[in-house]
Design a protein around this ligand. Structure first.
Ligand SMILES: CC(C)(COP(=O)(O)OP(=O)(O)OC[C@H]1O[C@@H](n2cnc3c(N)ncnc32)[C@H](O)[C@@H]1OP(=O)(O)O)[C@@H](O)C(=O)NCCC(=O)NCCS
Length: 142
């Protein structure tokens, strides 16, 4: 799969994965994929992408930009396995801290991050628009 095709697939499945539709356009996914410090792992079934995790490294830190699994494949441990594989890869690249921000109303994702021992760093008020929401900042030592 080339980057253009992967970007298209990411956009397409993200429309179904995220409550408010894909947070990124195909062009945004493509531009992220072209960056040398981007790490992506995706899961396929019968040749179709069903979930992914996307991170960006900066020295010994990384940001978890997006993680998601198609609704029909949730609660099967797919995101857990994507996160574990990503942490392994980041460790190999000498990353020690993984950061993220998540909508405070996204209880499902917060439960997932809690389960995987991410710690809260703080709340940023009105960080998100359309719809507006606060952001919970979290960190995992890997
Ligand atoms: C968050 C998300 C990635 C989890 O994916 P998943 O493959 O279903 O997660 P897993 O099956 O690996 O779940 C692992 C654990 O996370 C927790 N968890 C996951 N979904 C949960 C939910 N809806 N409610 C409560 N806990 C949940 C549970 O502790 C679960 O362990 P268990 O199955 O033993 O109870 C998925 O719900 C998703 O794609 N959400 C929409 C996209 C999104 O909001 N991404 C985060 C912001 S970028």
């Amino acid at each position: 799969m080339n980057n253009e095709y992967i970007a298209q697939q990411l956009k397409e499945i993200s429309e179904s994965i995220f409550e408010h539709g894909s947070p990124w356009s195909t062009a945004q996914f493509l531009s992220q994929l072209m960056q040398e410090n981007t790490e992506i792992i995706y899961q396929c079934k019968d040749g179709e992408m069903i979930g992914y995790i996307l991170c960006q490294r900066v020295l010994d830190e990384a940001e978890l930009l997006l993680i998601g699994v198609l609704p029909n494949y949730k609660h099967q441990g797919i995101a857990t396995s994507l996160l574990k594989d990503m942490c392994q890869r980041l460790q190999q690249r000498n990353v020690t801290h993984l950061f993220l921000e998540v909508r405070l109303k996204n209880k499902e994702a917060i439960a997932f991050y809690d389960k995987h021992h991410f710690k809260e760093l703080g709340i940023r008020k009105n960080y998100y628009k359309n719809p507006s929401d606060d952001a919970k900042m979290m960190q995992l030592e890997i």
